[in-house]
Design a protein around this ligand. Sequence first.
Ligand SMILES: [Fe+2]
Length: 310
Amino acid sequence: MKRRKFMGTLALSSTAMAFGSARAIDLKNNNEQLGLHGPLRFLQLTDTHVFDDRNSPAYTAMFMEKAMEIVPDPDIICHTGDVIMDALKKNRVEVADQWKLWHSLKKGLPNNIRYAIGNHDIWGGGPKSDPMYGKNWAMDEMELQNRFYSFTKGQWKFIVLDSTQTMDGNWYTAFIDDIQREWLIGELDNTPKETHVMIVSHIPILSTCIFDWAKSENGIWKVSGSLMHSDSHEVQAILRSYPQVKLCISGHLHLLDKISYDGIDYLGSGAISGNWWSSETFHRTHCGFCVFDLYPDGSYQRKYYEYEWQ
Ligand SMILES: [Fe+2]
């Protein structure tokens, strides 16, 4: 394994730009001393794509160690999907090996990781009659009772969606199905006005850097419904009718971006695996992870930590 050096904080994205990173940490400590609620520290990991090749295990282990140095006591750790390299087209033995590897690599993290199911976490390489086919296997590994769910911490509520659906019997297209849409509306209806909402999904609801993936043919941009939610307009319309919704985070594209639109911020994160462990950078985004400070007034600060392999 080559020696690797982490580069530290390089990117800052925030609705609370008045605060630098050190100031944000001080605020938390000061507030705790005063008995006030400080910001929640939210660590977002995404697209680890672990497998036993391309130095993925060693790089991931180093990454986990560094994340815990930077955020030793996160209030929430969320993995926004594509934990393993791929289950969509792999056989049972290969998928089992990848999950086993992930569980060994995450041992240094607190044992309360929240997951969103990624498209590559879904087992499509076995018979449909197998009880583990589809999302069941991933849900077992992630200890999920349901493929979409919510939880609340402090003044914030987190609504975790299941982006990946079948279309014509084939994986995968990004949208929320009817049952999930009804559930989402119910969750938002039942959210107190003073509670702030973060929507978590593997595939972005809205993205700008999607055009690094999309193609322009004969003057027409073509954006696949597997890259961004194909029901983006419908989901946005639901979310914008609830002022509690402050931001939506996602993985999937391996690209770091931010859109502020209609009162909601849509934030995509770079991947821990970078270019699927082939190189550190995919398009314009270096491999890394996000740390959020979520404030009781609904504002937030996001920092992106990049690292390099040396
Ligand atoms: Fe991915």
